[in-house]
Design a protein around this ligand. Structure first.
Ligand code: SF4
Length: 427
C-alpha cells in the first residue's frame, strides 16, 4: 500500500447551509475515530477521488484546530453566516480512515445512510484521509459513457421485451439510480447485478433497502417482484459469455437476502451452468443458511461474499438483529463454502475507531485464520457514526488506525487478498 509523501496540512471545510462550501484557512481539518477527535497525519491525506461527493451536515457545527492556539474549537458562524460541517462520501474502491468532526445539536435527526469521511482543503484541492484499496476500475465514474448507455438501454429493452428483470436493471437501477453495477451490465462489461429477493431474515440497523421507524430513509427501494429463473438466466448467460472479466452477482443493495429464495437460486445457478462454464457466479449474502449455500456451491456457485459489521458475535447480532439464524450459521456457511473449495470474501463494513479496535482485530484475525478467508473487501459503513456508536455501545478501546490494520493483515496473512469488489475468478 502506498503512503502519500504529502507534508500537507489541509484547512477545515465548511458550508453556509445553502450548498456553498469554503475553506477556513485559520483552522486545520481533523478527524474522528470512534468518539476520539484525532489529528490526521500528513501522509494519510490523498486528493479527493473523482466520483466522490461533498455533503453539508444539517443540525451540526464544524469542529477544527485553531492554527494559532492548537486548540480544538467548534465554529458557529463566520462573518454573521451560520456554518455547517462538511463531509465527503468517498468514491467506490477507497477505504476511509477517519470520520468528519462535528458537534451535533441536541435536536438534530440522524444523518442519512452514507459514510461521512473527513475532508480538508489545501493548495486548490480537496483532500480526504482514505486509501485506494482496490485498483480495479470497474466503478470509476469517468468510464461511464452516457450516449452508449442510452443506446444500450434501447437495444436491450427491444431484445428482452418481456423480461421484468432486464426492465428493472435498465429503467430502475441504471437509468434512475445510476447503479454502477447496472451501468456495467448495459455496457456489457465486468460485474452485473442479479437482484431477486424481496424479503430478508435480518433487520440491519443500517439496511439501505428497508428502514422501519428509524427516522432515516432507505437509500433505495427494494425490488417489488421476484424474477423467474428463466428471466435471470436469459440475461445472465450472454453477459458471462461476452463481457470482459465477467461476474454475475446475487445480493444487491436494492433487495433483501437472496438466500430467502433457495429453490429459485439453485435452479438459476444450475440453469446458467448448463448453458455456460464461463465467468464467475457470485453471491453477496448474510450467509444465514448453510444448507442452501452447500446446494448452491454444488450447483455451480463460484464465490460468496459475506457481509458483516463485526466479527464479534455480540456486535454482529446487535447490528443484524437476525431472525431464525445466528452468527454460528454465518460461520457454518463460510465453512461449507471452503470445504467445497469455493471462494469466500468478507465484506467488512469499515467504521474508523470500531473496526480497528484491538478486540475487533483479534476477532477478524480469528475468522481469517480459522476459515482461510480468500479476500477482505474493506467497504465503508454507510451510517450516521453517532447513531451506530450509540447503538453498538462498544468498549472504550482506542483503534490502531484503519490503514495500520490493513497493513498488519498484509504482513500477517500474505495470501489474503484486499479489495473492494467481487473478483473475476477465471473460467
Ligand atoms: S441483510 Fe441486507 S437486506 Fe437484510 S436487513 Fe441487512 S442490509 Fe437489509
Amino acid at each position: 500500500m502506498t503512503h502519500s509523501n504529502n507534508q500537507i496540512s489541509p484547512s477545515l471545510v465548511v458550508s453556509d447551509g445553502k450548498g456553498n462550501v469554503t475553506d477556513m484557512e485559520n483552522y486545520r481539518a481533523i478527524g474522528v475515530s470512534g468518539e476520539r477527535i484525532l489529528e490526521i497525519q500528513p501522509d494519510e491525506w490523498i486528493p479527493l477521488p473523482d466520483g466522490s461527493q461533498l455533503m453539508e451536515l444539517p443540525g451540526r457545527l464544524p469542529v477544527g484546530i485553531d492554527r494559532q492556539t492548537g486548540e480544538i474549537v467548534t465554529l458557529e458562524e463566520s462573518d454573521g453566516e451560520k456554518l455547517l460541517p462538511v463531509a465527503a462520501f468517498v468514491a467506490p474502491a477507497y477505504t476511509i480512515g477517519y470520520h468528519a468532526a462535528w458537534e451535533r445539536r441536541p435536536d438534530a435527526p440522524w444523518l442519512s445512510l452514507y459514510a461521512y469521511c473527513a475532508v480538508g482543503w489545501y493548495d486548490g484541492k480537496f483532500y480526504v484521509p482514505a486509501t485506494r484499496i482496490d485498483p480495479d476500475i470497474r466503478q470509476d465514474p469517468l468510464l461511464v459513457n452516457r450516449p452508449q448507455i442510452e443506446r444500450s438501454a434501447k437495444k436491450l429493452s427491444k431484445k428482452y421485451p418481456n423480461n421484468r428483470l432486464a426492465a428493472h436493471l435498465i429503467n430502475n437501477c441504471a437509468l434512475t439510480y445510476g447503479c454502477p453495477a447496472a451501468l456495467n451490465y448495459l455496457l456489457n462489461r465486468w460485474e452485473m447485478p442479479l437482484p431477486t429477493s424481496r424479503a430478508c431474515n435480518a433487520n440491519c440497523l443500517g439496511c439501505i433497502s428497508l428502514q422501519k421507524d428509524s427516522g432515516v430513509c432507505a437509500a433505495q427501494f427494494r425490488i417489488d417482484f421476484t424474477p423467474t429463473a428463466n428471466e435471470i438466466i436469459e440475461i445472465a448467460v450472454p453477459h458471462l459469455e461476452t463481457a470482459p472479466l465477467p461476474v454475475v452477482s446475487f445480493g444487491q443493495g436494492c433487495e433483501g437476502e437472496p438466500l430467502m429464495n433457495p429453490d429459485l437460486l439453485i435452479q438459476t445457478v444450475k440453469g446458467i451452468r448448463q448453458k455456460t462454464s464461463k465467468g464467475t457466479i457470485n453471491l453477496n449474502t448474510n450467509a444465514s443458511k448453510p444448507g442452501v449455500v452447500r446446494q448452491l456451491r454444488i450447483a455451480g456457485l463460484d464465490s460468496m461474499r459475506v457481509s458483516m459489521n463485526s466479527a464479534r458475535r455480540n456486535f454482529y447480532e446487535k447490528y443484524y438483529k437476525p431472525t431464525n439464524y445466528s452468527y454460528d450459521d454465518v460461520l457454518e456457511s463460510i465453512s461449507v463454502m471452503k470445504e467445497l473449495n469455493g471462494f469466500v470474501s468478507i465484506n467488512l463494513f469499515v467504521f474508523p475507531g470500531f473496526t480497528d479496535q484491538p478486540e475487533e482485530i483479534a476477532a477478524v484475525e480469528d475468522l481469517i485464520g480459522k476459515y482461510d478467508i480468500d479476500l477482505i473487501q474493506w467497504r465503508n459503513l454507510n451510517i450516521d457514526p453517532e447513531w451506530y456508536w450509540e447503538t453498538m455501545n462498544p468498549p472504550d478501546e482506542e483503534g490502531i488506525g484503519i490503514r495500520n490494520m490493513i497493513e498488519r493483515f498484509g504482513k500477517t496473512y500474505p495470501n489474503l487478498r484486499h479489495g473492494y469488489f467481487n473478483p473475476y475468478l477465471g473460467n
